[in-house]
Design a protein around this ligand. Structure first.
Ligand code: MEV
Length: 282
């Protein structure tokens, strides 16, 4: 049988974590960690997201005989491997049935799958996996706007702890108030303007403010704080956790030039973080 194959990238949340679950905007970056899904004659036991995507697809469009071979990136880092797998599998199934879909239709299908599995979530990671680049995203895909930017001076540090998004969202919900949501929304809108101007210093300042309010809703950790502090002391324009918190990764914006980048990377390593080599996936 002719093989069909699709890839989809992982993500980082630049600004707007948690607030994006509550109808507020966020800024998302797709990164060069990819999942590849290829059709296979062998049907093996499927992971939760793949099984849920198959189930929803088959309910709507009829059975899919094919299995899927999935080659991904490490799910430990919290870089959106489940969303990338969901998107790549969905694209493969649509292709197998010869159904044409727009990006938005693909998004809506995948978002339904994610809600079926975890009951909550904004879907920003799916948008990153589908549209790529840097995206201004509002909950559930109410707004998805790709920004004209081709690179960001990003450094990523893994805290060594795997966090569970659903658990963190439920934990944060208890402390999220209207002030948190208002601050987050303002920061994201200013961040969008900063990205359009390629004003990384401003974007860094906004990341620091975002981190301060995320800290208040209890989603930062001692380890993340150590990595963030080290990055800032080494000259980063800004640093924050990225995603649900409770572990996973932090991100920093390094000053211009390779030297600035190396200093921030070294500081994160010395503080006990694992530096991940990451750039935008376009
Ligand atoms: C998780 O990576 C980011 C959250 O905002 C949840 C979501 O947007 O689905 C905490």
């Amino acid at each position: 049988m002719r093989k069909i194959s699709f890839t989809a990238p992982g993500k980082l949340l630049l600004l707007g974590d948690h607030a994006v679950v509550y109808g507020k905007p966020s800024l998302v970056a797709a990164i060069n960690k990819f999942v590849t899904v290829t059709t296979s004659d062998n049907r093996v036991k499927e992971s939760t997201f793949v099984a849920a995507a198959r189930k929803l697809f088959e309910q709507k469009y009829g059975p899919i005989k094919s299995g899927f071979k999935i080659v991904g990136f490490d799910s430990r880092y919290g870089l959106g491997s489940s969303a990338a797998v969901t998107v790549a599998v969905a694209k493969t199934m649509f292709k197998l049935k010869g159904i044409r879909s727009t990006n938005k239709q693909l998004f809506d299908f995948c978002y339904r799958v994610v809600l079926n599995v975890q009951g909550l979530g904004s879907g920003f990671d799916l948008a990153a996996a589908i549209w790529r680049g840097v995206i201004y995203f509002v909950t559930g895909g109410k707004k998805i706007e790709r920004l004209p930017v081709k690179q960001l001076p990003l450094v990523v540090g893994y805290s060594g702890v795997k966090a569970d998004t659903a658990t963190m969202v439920k934990k944060a919900a208890k402390l999220i108030d209207s002030n948190f949501l208002k601050v987050s929304q303002t920061i994201v809108n200013q961040g969008k303007a900063a990205i359009l101007k390629k004003d990384w210093k401003k974007l860094g300042e906004l990341m620091n403010i975002n981190q301060a309010v995320l800290r208040k809703i209890g989603v930062s950790t001692g380890k993340l704080e150590r990595l963030i502090k080290a990055a800032l002391a080494a000259g980063a324009y800004g640093a924050k956790l990225s995603g649900a918190g409770g572990g996973d990764c932090m991100i920093a914006l390094h000053p211009d030039g390779i030297q600035g980048k190396l200093l921030v990377e070294r500081a994160i390593k010395q503080a006990g973080g694992e530096v991940l080599k990451v750039k935008l996936a376009l």
